[in-house]
Design a protein around this ligand. Structure first.
Ligand SMILES: Cc1ncc(COP(=O)(O)O)c(C=O)c1O
Length: 430
């Protein structure tokens, strides 16, 4: 590590708590589309996308133009005090596009956790019930309610005391891992018989593709049967699309891949193209359950972030980023299959929905070794999964083809370092 970054790391250690865990040892200086430069001028290809925030890349020209224009008008009024048309227009655009049955309404917030918290509030208000069912290995945020909903103790809930009551975890169906659709549904029935009566449950909250949990894609049949179960008991179905939304999976929302409709959908991350905004869209009558004043927040639906979100939707539609997500995802899967053939047992699974692509390795150490190699060679990638043994890809969908291939080649070479046999088989990529 160079002197500048090492001095900054010392200052960071002294000035900021270790609980804010940081992956890189270097510091960002500037970024453009799929490239980040550090303070020394070294370039990195960004396959992390600020954790799924940058489907439209760093500083997308449309986003920057929209935000710049908004800066000349006003930056904050508090929507609940003085409203602005752009918020209403963004809600109209989301309502017209979200896979919600019938009339829809949308409210905006700031972070993903806040969107999930508000979906819970809306569901409780509509049903008059308190119980929430989520899934093992799911991730919903770091606020207290969303911590409780998250299906992973370390590092998210550990040492943070008693979680809010009324949250229960079912098993997420991953048939390839022995958790069949029947087993997953049975785990919900068990919650009804052992923990909370079905008629006390307000909502079941599910990620259509688990993000932090390892990019597990929910089977269509499970969703269909879950909807039937929800309808039987008057429970709302909430899709947490904070990570899956805005073209990542090859559709605007991952729920567009399924016939089954959720009552509420949470969104954040790539909605703002780098500016903090989140939202809940849902069936109009459900969204209208909380009384005036029950929803909102000082910065909720900031005019700057709303302007960015309009530009993000324009970019997705005008630049056909859903199609691009499918093309890039398909190309990456082909490359990962090459790697799997060469690396043999090291690669235990490849999962993909559009550009929500992940490769699972035998161990966390292997995933870490690839991540370290990639970083040293100018490629930023993230891991995920219950055992941190999954590498996930969240590159901007606007990435130039050549840069994308360059990133994939670094990855291939990284795998070649894992063992001699892989190295030999990978010689073709040298
Ligand atoms: C599915 C899902 N829900 C909620 C969140 C929380 O979002 P935020 O970190 O913006 O609070 C995340 C963040 O990774 C997520 O992936």
């Amino acid at each position: 590590m160079d002197a500048q970054h090492s001095a900054l790391n010392t200052r960071k250690q002294q000035a900021t708590p270790r609980g804010v865990g940081v992956m890189c040892q270097w510091y960002a200086e500037k970024a453009e589309n799929a490239t980040i430069w550090d303070k020394e001028g070294k370039q990195y290809i960004d396959f992390a996308g600020g954790i799924a925030v940058l489907n439209t890349g760093h500083r997308h020209p449309k986003v920057i133009a929209a935000v710049t224009e908004q800066l000349t008008k006003f930056t904050h009024t508090a929507y609940q005090v003085t409203p602005y048309e752009s918020y209403v227009a963004l809600a109209e655009r989301i309502n017209a596009r979200a896979p919600i049955a019938g009339a829809a309404k949308t409210a905006f917030f700031t972070t993903g956790a806040e969107a999930v918290e508000n979906a819970v509030k809306i569901a409780r208000s509509y049903t008059g019930r308190h119980g929430i069912i989520t899934f093992g290995n799911g991730f919903h945020g770091r606020s207290f309610m969303t911590m409780a909903m998250t299906g992973k103790t370390a590092p998210y809930k550990r040492d943070f005391g008693v979680m809010p009551a009324g949250v229960f975890h079912a098993r997420y169906p991953v048939p390839e891992k022995g958790i069949s659709i029947d087993t997953a549904l049975e785990s919900i029935e068990n919650i009804f018989s052992e923990d909370i009566a079905a008629h006390d449950v307000a909502a079941i909250v599910l990620e259509p593709v688990q993000g932090e949990g390892g990019f597990n894609v929910v089977p269509a049949e499970f969703l269909k049967r879950l909807r039937t179960l929800c309808d039987k008991h008057g429970i709302l179905l909430v899709a947490d699309e904070v990570q899956t939304g805005f073209a990542r999976t090859g559709q605007l929302f991952a729920m567009h891949h399924y016939e089954t409709k959720a009552d509420l959908i949470t969104m954040a991350k790539s909605l703002g193209g780098g500016f903090p905004i989140s939202g809940v869209v849902g069936r109009a009558e459900v969204m209208d359950a909380p009384n005036p004043g029950g929803l909102g927040g000082t910065y909720a639906g900031s005019p700057i972030a709303v302007a960015a979100a309009h530009a993000v939707i324009d970019a997705i539609e005008e630049e056909k980023l859903c199609e691009r997500a499918n093309e890039l995802g398909a190309e990456l899967v082909v490359a990962l299959k090459d790697i799997q053939r060469a690396a043999g047992d090291i690669v235990t699974d490849i999962r993909a929905l559009g550009s929500m692509v992940a490769v699972e390795l035998e161990t966390a150490e292997q995933a870490k070794a690839i991540q370290t190699y990639a970083m040293e060679h100018g490629l930023l990638i993230l891991t995920c999964g219950k055992y941190a043994n999954v590498i996930r890809f969240l590159y901007p969908l606007t990435i130039p083809a050549e840069q994308f291939r360059h990133g994939v080649n670094i990855l291939k070479k990284g795998f070649a370092t894992l063992n001699d046999a892989t190295a030999k088989a990978m010689e073709q990529f040298a």
